[in-house]
Design a protein around this ligand. Sequence first.
Ligand code: 26V
Length: 841
Amino acid sequence: MTTADAPHPHDAAAPHPEGATHPLALAPVTPPPATVDGFVAEFLRTLNFDCGVALSASTANDRYVALAHTVRDYLMGRWLEDLRQQKETQAKSVCYLSAEYLLGRQLDNNLLASGLTEIAAEALAACGLSLDELREHEIEPGLGNGGLGRLAACFIDSLATLGVPSIGYGIRYEYGIFRQTFEDGQQVEQPDAWLTLGSPWEFPHPERAQLVSFGGRTETYDDGGVTRTRWVPAWNVSAIPCNYMVPGFENGRVNTLRLWRAKATDAFDLRIFNSGDYEEAVRAQTFAENISKVLYPEDSTPQGKELRLQQQYFFVAASIHDFLDTMLAEGYDLAKLGDRVIFQLNDTHPVIAVPELMRVLVDERGMDWDAAWAVTRRCFAYTCHTLLPEALEVWSVDLLGRLLPRHLEIIYRINEEFLAAVRARFGDDELRIRNMSIIAEFPERAVRMAYLATVAGSKVNGVAELHSQLLREKVLPDFDAFYPGKFTNVTNGVTPRRFLRLANPALSSLITEAIGEGWVTDLERLRELEPFADDAGFRASFAEVKAANKRRLNDVLHARDGMRVGDGHLVDVMVKRLHEYKRQLLKVLHVVSEYEGVISGRIPLEQLQPRTVVFGAKAAPGYAMAKRIIHLINAVGSTVNADTRLDGRLQVLFPPNYNVTLAESVIPAADLSEQISLAGKEASGTGNMKFALNGALTIGTDDGANVEIRELVGDENFFLFGMAEPEVEALSARGYRPSEFYQADAGLRRAIDLIASGSFSAGDRSVFEPIVSNLLYEDRFMVLADYASYMAAQDRVDAAYRDGDRWIRSAILNVARCGFFSSDRSIHDYIDRIWHTPPMI
Ligand code: 26V
């Protein structure tokens, strides 16, 4: 290792005020040229001057931080320039409001975007260091639960790459999604202390804090003959903006992700002096700072917890004020705000922004109600991400009124006027009125956030064709009738930068050799790969890439968890949050059936297609059934893996703590992608897209974006099974009786009986009894109804895999035909159908 450190600091200019005459003060200072030598100099400079250590004395973390700072420095000039431009042009901006951003590691992404990967690798090598080692040092910011949060991260990547004037707003949780470990096969949650070593990608700006208020009461007052209302809050917290760079891919643009951190206000501190009650002051401070402490790990059943409502209001209030204060030109006519900004609501979590904007316009800026409502309706659009009724957020009027009394009044007035309009159109149809009211009366009086978003939003979109259709027809039909043209679809997408270019360098190189590199920003160009499916040489290379990715996964799993993928195995992957509707249990039944088949001698061992089944899934800590299913997967895994009668031909791996980083190793290695939700329940899915783009074949139901994947790749390259949504509906109308399916299928009986017998729980039948009885007597998600069809589809999978060449052909065609699923395309659709932002600047 070299001990050479930075030369003396360049004579960098101190920031000059306006009117500065020094030439260096006129523009952002640029780092040294993007060459290996320049990079070395900058790296050593940051190591010495930012981290305060010599290379010879540095820790791995020092070196990682210095590297991150170096990359930042190269992006900084563009960032400052883009921030300036957005303000100067006053072009219409997108403010993406999302409670979650599941970013994944930043270093590689930012190196790629800035075109510095190779230079950095060489520069580090010249310092005796390895980029590969340093990248492993980054703890990913897991500031999201699953699909919704990852989608937000893909979208900000695309917004930057497409050069859309935009900013992402969210919460800077101190603890992201919990770290999952297993003890005796059961999930244990550990805090995700991702910030213990600080985040080199974060730029906190305490001096630019926004004040966010809570509680108290409202009062009316006379304002020159006009009666006005004001909110007299009881307490407030300070929202500190923490900025993150979001570099576009090789386009020299850098957008901003602004995450808010809660801090006690000075008023809290002052109390220490005034009252002398030190303990009370500390308690109050902790209370305030709790707001951004932890991400709620629930993504299925909203709990109606006060802290969560505090989080929601905290970040949207800070964001709206931030936009109005810092992005809007001085003296901007607020009546025209809809020409300047669109707030995109990522699910209902930020919907409290609607009454907040009304409050600002009416109470603080003196606009009259009707004018303010006209502005507000243009400024919001709402994306719905679910179909499960229990996932639709409601807030009890009681709680909302206590925490945000003025907002509750505003919501009531919005509802009153909305229902008056409904009456004017449809007459006094009380049932309809009750069904459409933003305020639900049962089981308690509560605000239906999805309804509020639908009433206020200029557009409402679902996230895949089927989902948008069901949203209009089943969830919000009265609203669709009342607001013709309001509902639309934008099918989700994923960023090809992270999920193909970065996660799968081997496939990326092969694609680029074949069709050039334009696909990274124009994913439809993958179509040009189609003819290569008929090219034996290309197929061989493609197969070699898959094999290499399996070896890479093996290395990762071995180092991480001591696990191994079987040699020559079909790699069969189901990674996603654990939820009954996603039906991990169906996959378990398949494994148990194969296992039972072999040990009972019904399936000759040599007929068993060697497979490694990989699961990855976190369960919400309070979701008992989901946790029990995790236990079952682990129990089946240990039994199957240890049973020598299978001769290693069936393996079940369940590496704990599935996250974005692990996804980047697992997805490129997969042969088979499991997308097996009950039709009509998975809004879209985005994992399904990532797998297909990486050359896995899908076994899937007609659900979410699977429908569109199958249409694009063709029936012959997709393993479809199970009921379609109308059949699900019909079965449910007839009455689903799972035991009929159990009785009718001997294979199914044997699998369920084996679980029930205690074979996977050391003879203790009680452990998995709740799972078995749920499957047999209730199961809203109809696992048994799709079992036979699923097993038959798995037989087709085995047959297709045995014909290696046919499989590879299909895999290539999956890649070639899935360019549609780029999040760049999704963003174009948002622009065309919803945002109408001007052409890129
Ligand atoms: C819901 C809740 C409920 C309250 C507690 C906290 C919390 C946090 C997240 C959520 C989101 C659930 C909705 C969700 O993640 N939907 C997923 O969105 C993906 C992106 O559109 C889509 O691909 C998945 O199909 C859909 O399940």
